[in-house]
Design a protein around this ligand. Structure first.
Ligand code: NAP
Length: 294
C-alpha cells in the first residue's frame, strides 16, 4: 500500500473530544443538548445506524429521545410527532432515520421539521441556505467529507473533483460544497446517465464515490496520486463472517490503495465522520436555540 490511509475513525474521535468540551460548557450554563431520533420499522441497517448515533450522543453528554414507529405507521402520526418535537424545548435537533417506507412521503415529512432543529440539513430551507452560503446546517456526510479533506491536508484548490452519485443527501450537497471558494475544486458529477464513467474518474485529482455499488470504481480508473474518498456502504455476502456478510465501499480498496495518494477505508472512513458532524450540528443547534454562546 502506498496511499496515505485517511483514518476517519481517529479524525472523528478528535472532533468528538472537541465537542465533549463544548457540551460540558453548555451543560455548565444549564443547557443539555437534546436530539430526537425517529425510527420507522426495523430495517437492520437503520436500527444499527440509530443505535450508533445514540451511543455517540451519550458518550459526549447529548441526551437522545428515541421514538420508534411500526413499519405501517400512518404519515399523520409521524407528522404529529415531528410537530411535538418542534415545540419541545428540550429537543434541539430532530433526526428522522431514512429511508422511510414507501407509503410515506419522505419530502413532506422532512419539510415538517423546524429548520432551526434540522440537524441533518435536509429541509429545503437549509439546502437553499447552504447554496447561498448563509448560516445553516450542512448535511452530515458531505460536511464530514470536506472536514476529512481539510484535516488530512489534501490539496483542493484548483483540484478536479469527480463525484460519482447525485443523491440529495450526499452527491448534490457535496458537489456544492466542493465549489465553494474555501475549497475551490472544479467539479464533475457522474450518475447512471454518464457516458464513460471510467474516463471521467481517470481525470480526477479527487474521486468521491457515493453510488452504493460495490466495485464500481476499479483500480484502472484511478489516476496515480489521486485522493479517493469512498462513501459507499454495501453489505456483500461472506460466509466466513458470523453475520454472513461484510461491509465494503464502492471502490476496489486493495487495488486503489496501491496507486492512490490518499484513500479512506470502509468501514472507518466517512461513516464515523457522518456521526461526528451530526453531533456537531446538534451542539450548534443547542447553542443557537438557547442563545448560549460557545
Ligand atoms: P442513492 O440515493 O441510491 O444515490 C446513488 C447515486 O449513485 C445516484 O445518483 C445514482 O445515479 C448513482 N449511481 C448508482 N449507480 C451508478 C453507476 N453504476 N454509475 C454511476 N452512478 C451511479 O444513495 P445515497 O443515499 O447517496 O448513498 C450512496 C452510498 O453511500 C450508499 O452505499 C450509502 O449506504 C452510502 N452512504 C454512506 C454514508 C456514510 O456515512 N458512510 C452516508 C450516506 C450514504 P442516478 O441518480 O442516475 O440514479
Amino acid at each position: 500500500m502506498s496511499a496515505i490511509l485517511i483514518d476517519g475513525k481517529k479524525i472523528a474521535e478528535d472532533i468528538r473530544s472537541e465537542l465533549a468540551e463544548k457540551v460540558a460548557s453548555l451543560r455548565g450554563k444549564g443547557v443539555r443538548p437534546g436530539l430526537a431520533v425517529i425510527l420507522v420499522g426495523d430495517n437492520p441497517a437503520s436500527v444499527s445506524y440509530v443505535t450508533g448515533k445514540e451511543k455517540a450522543c451519550a458518550e459526549i453528554g447529548i441526551q437522545s429521545f428515541e421514538t420508534r414507529f411500526p413499519e405501517d405507521v400512518a404519515e399523520a402520526s409521524l407528522l404529529e410527532k415531528i410537530a411535538e418535537c418542534n415545540r419541545d424545548p428540550f429537543v434541539h435537533g430532530i433526526l428522522v432515520q431514512l429511508p422511510l417506507p414507501r407509503h410515506i412521503d419522505e419530502r413532506r415529512v422532512i419539510s415538517a421539521i423546524d429548520p432551526t432543529k434540522d440537524i441533518d440539513g435536509f429541509t429545503p430551507i437549509n439546502l437553499g441556505r447552504m447554496l447561498l452560503e448563509e448560516p445553516c446546517y450542512i448535511p452530515c456526510t458531505p460536511r464530514g467529507i470536506i472536514e476529512l479533506l481539510k484535516r488530512s491536508a489534501v490539496p483542493t484548490d484548483g483540484a478536479h473533483a469527480v463525484v460519482v452519485g447525485r443523491s440529495n443527501i450526499v452527491g448534490k450537497p457535496l458537489a456544492n460544497l466542493l465549489i465553494r471558494k474555501s475549497v475551490n475544486a472544479t467539479v464533475t458529477i457522474c450518475h447512471t446517465g454518464t457516458e464513460s464513467l471510467a474516463a471521467h474518474v481517470r481525470a480526477a485529482d479527487i474521486v468521491i464515490a457515493c453510488a452504493g455499488k460495490p466495485g464500481l470504481v476499479s483500480v484502472d480508473m484511478i489516476k496515480s496520486g489521486a485522493c479517493v474518498i469512498d462513501v459507499g456502504v454495501n453489505r456483500v455476502p461472506d460466509p466466513t463472517k458470523k453475520k454472513g456478510y461484510r461491509l465494503c465501499g464502492d471502490v476496489d480498496f486493495e487495488g486503489a490503495s496501491k496507486i492512490a495518494g490518499w484513500i479512506t477505508p470502509v468501514p472507518g472512513g466517512v461513516g464515523p465522520m457522518t456521526i461526528a458532524m451530526l453531533l456537531s450540528n446538534t451542539v450548534d443547534a443547542a447553542s443557537r436555540i438557547s442563545g448560549v454562546q460557545l
